[in-house]
Design a binder for this molecule. Sequence first.
Ligand code: PA5
Length: 462
Amino acid sequence: MILKFDNRFFGEALKESSKALEEDCLKNLQLLIRKECLGKEYTGWMNWPKQKGFETLKRVKNHINLLGQPYDTVVVIGIGGSYLGTKAIHDALSHRYQEALALSGTDLSTKPIVYAGHNLSETELIELFDYLDHRNPIVNVISKSGTTTEPGVGFRVIKNYMEARYGKELASRRIIATTDPKKGALRGLAEQNGYHSFDVPSDVGGRFSVLTAVGMVPLVLAGHNVDALLKGADRFFNSLYTGVQEGTLERLEAFDAIRYAAARLAAWNSGFRVEIMAFGEPKLAGLVEWWKQLFGESEGKDGKGIFPAGLNCTTDLHSLGQYVQDGVRNILETFLAVEETRCTGTHRIERSLRVPSGNPIDELDYLEGEYISTINKAALRATEAAHHEGGVPCLNLKLDTISEDSIGYLLAFMQTACAVSALTLGVNPFDQPGVEAYKINLFGMMGRPGFEHARDKMAGLK
Ligand code: PA5
């Protein structure tokens, strides 16, 4: 099994109410599969690998093989769903000190990916150029709408940098655009400047787009095994669709996505308002960021939705652990655990580390000879039991290992669980009307034509 769901620390009452909610979740799953649900026009990510994924990947690989431009660094320009998935996968599967090691000439199995257009920090852009001056970058600008301010501004500056460095003609061959098949400013810019482009499918929204060209292009450029990623996702959808068609879903591994959705809803109905995703392997921090966007933007509307937060164990146990143990009891916690944490380090050579002998004065002799990963796994379980005792209902999702395959499975699992959970909560999982509010104020403050009403409202607040 790639991913195992375990609710042993969830509490008897919540386990019972979760069970009772599985039927509603299954009904919404059927609607999702039949494309009859709320927001049905954005369900193209369901069964994506078989529908269009493998075929899209062939085109992406083809283009990258024929690129003819040497590069050693990938610059991803995008925000929200246009970059979080790529970062999640890349961080989980790459060396933590990749950029520095690459600068020192160490041969790594993947190339560094650096990001822009995910904030409006001038300092970050300037510092990025300091890094790029020592690298040979290729750029992938990603925006489904093609009109988002942050990547728009980031792209203007990086386009200038690339043109100044390589000349207009060569720069245009080193820029790939991923955007809406037909509309938006980025589509127009790609056509005008002759950038090669890939589509964000019109029936897939940003936060559900990681397995489309949005994630594929930068991940293939960086050297990841995207076939395995898609195969992992395909394994989930296979189990899901087979189970639904044959009426055997409850016996298949994909049913855990329904169990997870039902458990969250049971917690919501009982007054729990925050879900913490706790993880013991720091490489999973990016995946938790991706998960936060997925659930936060999909469910948080109409005054409803559990607020998603992250907890990096054991680091955060020494900062936030006290609150989780003893603070307001409106928190549920999901532990994202990993069975086998193999370190592949540089060159993908497996390595491990045990606690060495030392001075008994530190009272750590009882740990001598233990793998650090064994202690880390024990710490995560110990935390789960402690938080449960402190009144936090806990769920556990255990990945067999951190690999392209298992991450692909997890992404498909989470997307499905999220859509089912939001639909059962009674909200449209695929829109994000609330994101517009700050944009309108910003447009007013910065003098965008047509936003004079917002300018007047914001006057004096600069
Ligand atoms: O999930 C979503 O749709 C959003 O979070 C978008 O991904 C984000 O706002 C970026 O939008 P765009 O890709 O249009 O620039």
